[in-house]
Design a protein. Structure first.
Length: 192
């Protein structure tokens, strides 16, 4: 009889531990699931834009990448572009959420640049949705100068996106308003 009581108590303890572990596991899974609704999704997407032999007209742009309605939470851009002797390019890579785009602040990769000819630039792309204009969904290449730019054979832009998140507020507009907004965006950024 004593052995039966010990077995019953042991079995009750095992059942209690199993039920407790299961409810902890269910609770953790529910919390993880709810947390995922508000966090980013890991992706790996890349785009290589070969520009060699093409011309970008004066005061115009090429739209290179769009993740709408998702925002880019983590990404990277590398651009090999014509540059002057000070390693400055007349071209601007614009980031933001169209039509609210602004020039990205690039770092020159000196080891892979040839000042006066072609320079390699890079920048990490991170959305900050809690700040004004901090959401990044679009990437464009702009020629803010008054002259057409013809690209040498090795000119490229490489875009890598590592994480996206939903909830991008879009400023995209439809119909004839779209062309007016695009023109406004291009002209407002043409001085920088």
């Amino acid at each position: 009889m004593k052995n039966y009581k010990v077995q019953s108590i042991t079995l009750a303890a095992i059942l209690f531990a199993a039920v407790g572990s299961t409810s902890i596991l269910i609770s953790s899974t529910a919390q993880y699931s709810n947390a995922q609704e508000h966090t980013s999704t890991v992706v790996r997407d890349s785009a290589v834009v070969l520009l060699g032999g093409r011309t970008l007209p004066a005061n115009n742009f090429i739209h290179l990448y769009d993740t709408t309605p998702y925002m880019i939470m983590s990404g990277h851009i590398a651009a090999k572009l014509p540059c002057n002797e000070q390693s400055e390019s007349p071209l601007k890579v614009l980031i933001g959420s169209a039509p609210n785009l602004a020039p990205a602040e690039f770092e020159t990769v000196k080891e892979l640049s040839n000042p006066g000819e072609m320079c390699l630039y890079h920048v990490d792309v991170v959305s900050h949705p809690d700040t004004a204009n901090g959401t990044i969904t679009d990437i464009a290449l702009q020629n803010p100068t008054g002259e057409n730019i013809e690209f040498p054979s090795t000119a490229t832009v490489v875009i890598g996106v590592n994480e996206i998140a939903s909830g991008a507020e879009t400023g995209h507009v439809e119909g004839s308003e779209a062309s007016n907004s695009t023109e406004s965006m291009t002209m407002s950024n043409s001085t920088g």
